[in-house]
Design a protein around this ligand. Structure first.
Ligand SMILES: Nc1ncnc2c1ncn2[C@@H]1O[C@H](COP(=O)(O)OP(=O)(O)OP(=O)(O)O)[C@@H](O)[C@H]1O
Ligand SMILES: [Mg+2]
Length: 256
């Protein structure tokens, strides 16, 4: 029987995190497998956003934040002194709950990242913009209005534009922090389908507090509760045969 060996791309080891004196994350350890969807689930305030913001160094901007432990990206310490945080944020992209397109044209939203990382011919930029917009299923919808502003788009289209913007710099990992939180029910299945489809080429981390959504999109899942990673493993197992009573209560809707 042919079995594909899973490979870890990100290792989180004994991660503790604080805002000021208040501990938010407590001794978390888990591995993120390459080209798989890893969901992080848990009630509001359980620390999901704090955790994913550690993974692409967004908490660097938060003055009262500190952490202990280790995060290894492809075996290298993400916080080592020689690591450039801006580069990290290109390799590990982030898509937020509320889509916030840049205040420029649809084309420029996608071209911006490649341009600042050195792509400077319009032929190459055009190709990247088209490829990225096609990848998120937006090209046919926006081709006639590439010079228009993103305000002309629905919220769901704006979210897919933000995903295309993140893809344009060819990241290894894309983190989605509740990407469907602001979308209407028609747009949500498109983003879910896109996430499942993107794992052919990317590693995805998908934060959600919708249990069934996590079950639909992910291969692995971690359940966070009050800053602790209560359980982590294959999604199917976590949902159908959880090992911890709190996981069972959460996935069946009795907790949180
Ligand atoms: N910059 C900050 N300074 C101080 N406390 C913060 C900061 N950001 C978040 N917190 C606190 O950290 C805790 C965890 O917040 P976090 O946003 O990580 O939770 P979450 O699981 O993402 O919640 P939600 O599902 O509502 O998005 C909360 O109690 C929150 O109030
Ligand atoms: Mg959050």
């Amino acid at each position: 029987m042919k079995s594909e060996k899973k490979q870890s791309i990100l290792s989180i080891r004994k991660l503790n995190a604080w805002y000021g004196d208040r501990q938010i994350l407590i001794n978390l350890s888990f591995e993120v497998q390459r080209r798989q969807v890893t969901a992080l689930i848990g009630p509001s305030n359980s620390g999901k956003s704090t955790l994913v913001r550690c993974l692409n160094r967004l908490n660097d901007f938060t003055l009262n934040f500190r952490f202990t432990g280790e995060i290894l990206f492809k075996g290298r310490d993400l916080y080592a002194s020689m690591v450039d945080a801006t580069e990290v944020r290109m390799q590990i992209g982030m898509v937020f709950r509320k889509p916030i397109p840049f205040r420029c044209s649809i084309y420029e939203n996608v071209a911006y990242g490649p341009r600042i990382s050195g792509v400077n011919t319009s032929v190459r930029l055009d190709a990247i913009v088209e490829k990225s917009l096609r990848r998120v299923g937006l090209w046919d919808e926006v081709e006639p209005i590439l010079d228009g502003t993103p305000d002309e788009l629905s919220i769901g289209q704006q979210q897919r534009l933000c995903i295309a913007r993140a893809l344009a710099v060819e990241p290894d990992i894309l983190i989605f922090d509740e990407p469907c939180g602001e979308l209407d029910p028609m747009e949500t299945p498109k983003v879910e389908a896109l996430v499942r489809n993107l794992k052919a080429d990317y590693t995805l981390i998908f934060v959600t507090n919708k249990r069934r959504q996590a079950a639909r999109v992910s291969d692995f899942a971690g359940f966070l509760y009050c800053g602790e990673l209560i359980e982590f493993g294959a999604t199917e197992k976590l949902f159908t045969n959880p090992q911890d009573i709190r996981t069972e209560q959460y996935v069946t809707g009795k907790l949180g």
